[in-house]
Write a protein of this length. Structure first.
Length: 224
């Protein structure tokens, strides 16, 4: 991974795969260039969010230099889109440095993956997704705060591409916006940008809580 890391990306991936398999899950996607590692897995738990629309519980890991992050991951089966819930309490951060022995590092990483799998509020994410179906956003206003950390030209392009997908879709709710973002992520070849888009999708999930009259959120709630 880096000149002063305790574990290599290949070793981290092996540990991740073993822990996911022990939990009854399977790794679905991995990018590893020896410096950066992005990997995702689904677990044997799923819930229906709408008719013929189910999402799987999952876990995702990013390793970059001395940092390893483990996050809850939500995978939508019908269109093969994933969202990373980076803001979750269940998110775990591990420092991968030469100051920690490989054995200690492995123990720490295994524990972090297990805890993220066990502690994440998957049912809570499902409920927020269901709520998102009743919220109708201004897509640009809703997305802009989530793009502030990206370069201006990249943020502008993502805004346009997402808005185009959202406008073409049949779902004008926040759920439709989440899927526009995660479908863009699915079709993005740059692994770092894909990860960023999936974390934006996750952020849109966890903020799918209506405020009075949509105040301050760029969207309104419709009670059916």
């Amino acid at each position: 991974m880096s000149w002063n890391a305790s574990l290599t990306t290949a070793q981290i991936q092996t540990i991740f795969e073993q822990e996911v398999k022990s939990a009854g899950g399977k790794v679905t996607d991995t990018f590893d260039d020896g410096t950066l590692l992005f990997t995702r897995a689904v677990l044997p738990k799923n819930e229906k969010v709408a008719r013929r629309d189910r999402v799987d519980k999952g876990v995702a890991l990013k390793a970059a230099w001395e940092d390893i992050w483990v996050h809850p991951y939500v995978f939508r089966r019908v269109c093969i889109n994933g969202a990373i819930v980076a803001q979750a309490v269940a998110t775990k951060h591990v420092m991968n440095t030469e100051h920690v022995s490989p054995i200690e590092m492995e123990i720490d990483l295994r524990e972090s993956v297990r805890m993220c799998i066990q502690e994440q509020d998957f049912e809570g994410y499902v409920e927020k997704i269901k709520r998102a179906r009743g919220l109708f956003p201004d897509p640009r206003l809703t997305l802009m705060p989530h793009l502030s950390r990206l370069p201006a030209d990249q943020a502008s392009q993502i805004l346009e591409d997402t808005h185009r997908r959202f406008a073409k879709g049949a779902d004008e709710s926040r759920y439709g916006l989440i899927n526009a973002v995660t479908s863009l992520a699915r079709d993005t070849r740059n692994p770092e940008l894909r990860w960023s888009l999936e974390t934006i999708g996750g952020a849109l999930i966890v903020t799918s809580t209506p405020t009075p009259s949509g105040e301050g959120s760029g969207e309104m709630e419709v009670v059916r």
